[in-house]
Design a protein around this ligand. Structure first.
Ligand SMILES: NC(=O)c1ccc[n+]([C@@H]2O[C@H](COP(=O)([O-])OP(=O)(O)OC[C@H]3O[C@@H](n4cnc5c(N)ncnc54)[C@H](O)[C@@H]3O)[C@@H](O)[C@H]2O)c1
Length: 249
């Protein structure tokens, strides 16, 4: 059994870096023809701009798989989050997914077939301090997920979300440069470490594929067990933190 997407066309937003780029590579490895819609692609595509996104969907042609992944973050305490930053992040993380779902649905509904995967987050559930705007957008995405799954299921279109924990990309590189921070952060992660973009991309490829044919409206945590382990897993009695991960002594 393998993930087979041969003959399928896929569009990935935010496909030039990080999780999106890994998703592009994973879907290609499964045989799909993949288009990246990204501000840093050629031509650039802005998911906050419906016309720009619509043009990208037209260039890609009728798509079978769509990954709504483009996103960003604003790091600031609630009362220091500026109104422009709040509005910008809503437009990107929530508006971008909304516009992507609209374009995807318009192409997929007449064909009675399609699979959409959204990049949500563990922050869809958790109120991580300093990320009020981010957390609000990622929680909001679940509302879009559930509605889209309900409305599009009758047309043979599945909609699912991945919820990554801390994954090493340029978005999080600052955190990966702080061993003391990582040590505390990863104390609560049963697998004792952060994730790599490929580890999210593999789940995206699975959810996008016919192997997930009876899965829709679902969220898949890809977090090393973080959300299952509120009370902490690792301590110095039995384990040590080496460079960027916890390991048993
Ligand atoms: N890295 C993590 O720990 C983590 C955890 C959970 C969820 N996520 C989510 O994963 C997604 C990808 O993040 P990443 O960590 O790979 O970050 P990244 O910065 O490496 O990649 C984000 C990509 O989105 C593109 N992008 C930004 N604004 C855009 C716009 N307006 N239009 C089109 N493209 C745009 C960027 O050019 C970039 O290529 C985001 O939705 C993020 O919230 C990341």
């Amino acid at each position: 059994m393998r993930i087979d997407l041969s003959g399928q066309r896929a569009l990935v937003t935010g496909g030039s870096n990080g999780i999106g780029r890994a998703a592009v590579e994973a879907l290609r490895a499964c045989g799909a023809e993949v288009f990246s819609a990204d501000l840093e692609a050629n031509p650039p595509v802005d998911v906050t701009n419906p016309e720009s996104l619509q043009a990208a969907f037209e260039r890609a042609g009728p798509v079978d798989v769509v990954v709504a992944n483009a996103g960003g973050a604003v790091f600031a305490p609630l009362d220091e989050t500026t109104v422009p930053d709040w509005e910008k992040l809503l437009a990107l993380n929530l508006g971008g997914v909304f516009h992507t779902l609209r374009c995807a649905a318009a192409q997929m509904k007449p064909r009675r077939n399609g699979s959409i995967v959204i990049t949500a987050s563990t922050n869809s559930y958790d109120g991580e301090p300093g990320l009020s705007a981010y957390n609000a957008t990622k929680a909001g995405i679940l509302g879009l997920l559930h509605t889209a799954a309900g409305e599009l299921g009758p047309y043979g279109i599945r909609v699912n979300a991945v919820c990554p924990g801390l994954i090493r990309t340029r978005l999080t590189e600052d955190q990966f440069q702080q061993p003391v921070h990582l040590k505390e952060y990863f104390r609560h992660i049963p697998l004792g470490r952060g994730g790599q973009p490929e580890e999210v991309a593999h789940a995206i490829a699975f959810l996008a594929s016919p192997l997930a044919s009876f899965i829709t409206g679902a969220t898949l945590l890809i977090d090393g067990g973080q959300m299952a382990s509120k009370f902490g897993t690792w301590n110095e009695e039995k384990a040590e933190f080496v460079i960027d991960h916890w390991t048993m002594k």
